[in-house]
Design a protein around this ligand. Sequence first.
Ligand code: 13P
Ligand code: SF4
Length: 311
Amino acid sequence: MEDYKALKEEIKHLKEDKNALIMAHYYTRPEIQEIADFIGDSLALARKASETDADIIVMCGVHFMGETAKILCPGKKVLVPDMAAGCSLADSCPPEEFEAFVKAHPDHTVISYVNTTAAVKALTDIVVTSGNARKVVDSLPEDEKIIFGPDHNLGEYINAVTGRKMLLWNGACHVHDRFSMQEILRLKEEHKGAKILVHPECRRPLQLIADKVGSTAALLDFARNDDAREYIVVTESGILFEMQRKCPGKTFIPAPPEEAGCQCNNCDYMKLNTLEKVARALRDEAPEIIVDKETAEKALKPIERMLELSK
Ligand code: 13P
Ligand code: SF4
């Protein structure tokens, strides 16, 4: 803890000296959320990046979040504490294969989830996050043909709530695709009054038993404004820190994954962000996100369209 105290002090001084903004996703470690200037879901992180006047952005999340920030702010230095912080969902959509899918359906509007590489965004008409996907899809004419990728579970959810028949890419997140229905029903038996909060990256049957389906920020908001005392949280367990902080009198129960005993309700990529790496990134101003100019220019349009449509 002493080490943490010294590191936190160092980070504070470095970020002030360098006019840096530290942003963190809800799935990062508690000590990262504690030092962050801004914590949010993917949508809020993208919005904040587009608005900040900091010279340096330290994105404590995963690679695509840093890339999105860099595309929105090409003139700023965007650092990610560990370049290995990838995303299994983004990996489930290789750009060459997605391009072939897009080309095979030339009369379709292409909607991509923000959990994609810049190269996939560059093939996209509109980017969405789980926080605005429904609103963006609803804004399009009813007869518009749509391709949606890469998250199949989110795509199924949006199809169900909007009545669309979007063509879905078959990608998934290794954390959200693994929650166990049986274990969640068992928890519900034990905690009869508990409400079930589900991220839309989880499978459809889990979405159907949820009291609330939503992005990390939407789940947090629901818990803050709802009157239940207990919640079964079916998303990455890092969010429990902010839920507990915002709702101190309530109990949040992390949903167990399929294989009992494994830590697979943790996103190992998100947990690569540590205080040591944040301090090092600020000291060295590295590792820095670089996106080639042509890809960045193509990817910017669908991200801006998302921000515009979800105002
Ligand atoms: P949110 O947009 O809900 O924060 O989700 C991001 C993510 O990576 C979920 O796995
Ligand atoms: Fe990607 Fe899944 Fe981690 Fe979210 S939880 S960043 S979708 S691997």
